[in-house]
Unconditional design. Structure first.
Ligand code: NDP
Length: 284
């Protein structure tokens, strides 16, 4: 019996921790599988995916920049993939149909609520950024029934469009950085949870945020992760917020993909701890 084959497709993808995470899950649940990285050419994700399916691939993760293309290629989409307009998890059905799901949002919500003990119901949430990562998490965040979810982005029109897209799901608004200046004048307009879903941390930049953004017990979350706290988390910490990076989200979205493929839910605590150590010791 050949070993079940999984891949993560991206470009670039060599830095991906997903093979390590899925092997850890496989060990923990006593399963045998192969999980590899695959850097697909920017102009032929579809061709590379077809070849993988022909080779007998069972499932795949999809990362930047192919999530929207993966969405378009699927025969069947989960409700959360449809809401996100993007697919990060592919599964090949017995009848050869390609099934697409999106586990990023549930990964973030589990990390916030289970690993960091946050309650989102009734809270004021702020999501910075209106790209793919932001789009994937808005519906799962709204499902937690926050009092308000505001999306702020460098390009205001993209945040407004995203808010309009999700307005049937809850109290959601969007605007440019200047839409945050309300916080200066109204203590009630501060945020309980602020999630940085911009790519700004990648280039060491801090979005122009007001000094009065956080409520006293607020949490600042950066989807980016690494050995060092991002500039956003350093700033948030100096403002008195509790901070967390996106490593837990990465592991939780992987756990949800693993569950979809293998019907067994891995424990994530030990994997998060071990991955943190691995990053701290220079694995990149
Ligand atoms: P996109 O390229 O789709 O979107 C980028 C967003 O960041 C846009 O809103 C863009 O604004 C904004 N942005 C980019 N540069 C800056 C800057 N210098 N200052 C302010 N805003 C900026 O990227 P993604 O949404 O796919 O990814 C965003 C981040 O989330 C990445 O760091 C990625 O690694 C991380 N991520 C983490 C995951 C995890 O599991 N932990 C999962 C998915 C993503 P504009 O619209 O104006 O261009």
């Amino acid at each position: 019996q050949p070993v079940d084959l999984y891949r993560v497709f991206g470009n670039p993808v060599h830095h991906s921790q997903s093979p390590w995470i899925h092997q850890a899950f496989a060990r923990e649940t006593g399963q045998t599988l192969v999980y590899e990285t695959c850097e697909a050419p920017l102009d032929d994700f579809a061709g590379v995916l077809r070849a993988f399916i022909a080779q007998g691939g069972r499932g795949a993760n999809v990362t930047v920049p192919f999530k929207e293309e993966a969405y378009a290629l699927c025969d069947v989409l989960s409700p959360r993939a449809r809401q996100a307009g993007a697919v990060n998890t592919l599964q090949l059905g017995k009848n050869g149909q390609l099934y697409g799901d999106n586990t990023d949002g549930v990964g973030l919500v589990r990390d916030l609520t289970q690993n960091h003990g946050q309650t989102l119901a009734g809270k004021r949430l702020l999501v910075l950024g209106a790209g793919g990562a932001s789009r994937g998490v808005i519906a799962p965040l709204l499902a937690e029934q926050p009092a308000q979810l505001h999306i702020a982005n460098r390009t205001a029109a993209k945040a407004e469009a995203l808010a309009a897209h999700f307005e049937s799901l809850g109290s959601v608004s969007g605007g440019g950085w200047s839409s945050l200046s309300d916080c200066d004048v109204q203590a009630a307009a501060r945020y309980d949870v602020v999630i940085n879903a911009t790519a700004a941390s990648l280039s060491g930049e801090l979005p122009p945020l007001p000094d009065t953004l956080f409520t006293p017990e607020a949490m600042a979350y950066d989807m980016m992760y690494g050995a060092m706290p991002t500039i956003f988390l350093q700033w948030a910490s100096s403002q008195g917020a509790i901070t967390a990076d996106g490593l837990g989200m990465l592991v939780e979205q992987a756990a949800e993909s693993f569950f979809l493929w293998r019907h067994q839910r891995p424990q994530t605590d030990a994997v998060i701890k071990a991955l943190r150590q691995r990053l701290n010791h220079g694995a990149d």
